[in-house]
Design a protein around this ligand. Structure first.
Ligand code: ATP
Length: 262
């Protein structure tokens, strides 16, 4: 039986505190695609992702993972399919890098403080090694998180998410606080995941990084202002409407570049 290889929401409404932060939003993110959620501060990007992930209650609408209602998935199955890297997530400063990445396997979780949920396996070992190789973090596997630069720590957080070998990888501002080189590194790692068939969904503030995605969702005031390819979404009109900034959109090689003109 075939099923849609998507993580999708239909008519979603989510409140953040008293704020109706996500209003009647319908979106569909495909596996094997790099999607970016963009929009000005407060547009509802984080709330949309948290609502889709079941981390905050919905006030209407439905979420489907691979064609099945999200609520019908077992918690453990769902955790295997969806890896989430939150915006403000800190890593345990005293922990060793390798142990932090291993947390992504979930095997180290203890039930009632008595015994591990499941024993550590050769597959867990291989997944951790693979995730560290793909994020170039093996070189500092034995260091403590407190001994890393911001960019290195971000790669470790990414490695932990990849260690779960998820179908969809959801990241809230993965390039935040990173310099240009590190930000491009992260985009390169994400693109490599997409080539392996993972659906990557990232909240991005830098529209020139977002222009590298396959699919964009532009939120404004809790609603979808535009969705489509970068060429369809990143128009001067849409950017002016969402951000109130006049831009020129320039073609540079096979990419779009946005230049503010005020
Ligand atoms: N815990 C909360 N209590 C009250 N209002 C909230 C809360 N969290 C978010 N909001 C409000 O909900 C709206 C959407 O917030 P959200 O964090 O989803 O936006 P965002 O697009 O991710 O913003 P940013 O780019 O600044 O991270 C904003 O108006 C915000 O002020």
């Amino acid at each position: 039986m075939s099923f849609p290889a998507t993580f999708a929401a239909q008519g979603l409404n989510v409140y953040a505190g008293d704020v109706h932060a996500v209003q009647d939003v319908s979106v569909s993110f495909a596996a094997g695609q790099l999607s970016a959620v963009i929009g000005p501060n407060g547009a509802g990007k984080s709330t949309l992702l948290r609502g889709m992930l079941g981390l905050t209650p919905l006030h209407g609408g439905a979420v489907e993972l691979l064609g099945r209602p999200l609520a019908s998935w077992l918690r453990t199955e769902r955790a295997r399919q969806l890896a989430y890297l939150a915006q403000t997530e800190g890593l345990p400063a005293d922990a060793r890098v390798r142990d932090v990445v291993a947390l992504g396997r979930g095997a180290g979780e203890w039930k009632w403080g008595l015994f591990p949920v499941r024993p550590w396996s050769a597959e867990d070992e291989a997944a951790v090694l693979d995730a560290m190789t793909r994020t170039d973090t093996l070189a500092f596997a034995e260091r403590r998180v407190s001994e890393l630069s911001g960019g290195e720590a971000q790669r470790v957080a990414l490695a932990r998410a990849l260690a779960a070998r998820p179908h969809f990888l959801i990241l809230d501002e993965p390039t935040n606080h990173l310099d240009l080189a590190y930000a491009l590194d992260v985009m390169r790692y994400l693109r490599a995941e997409v080539r392996r068939g993972v659906g990557v969904i990232a909240v991005l503030h830098d529209l020139n990084l977002a222009a590298r995605a396959d699919w964009l969702v532009l939120l404004h005031g809790g609603r979808v202002l535009a969705a489509g390819t970068p060429r369809q979404v990143l128009t001067p009109h849409n950017v002016q409407t969402a951000y109130g900034v006049q831009v020129e959109v320039v073609q540079a090689g096979d990419r779009l570049v946005l230049v503010p003109v005020e």
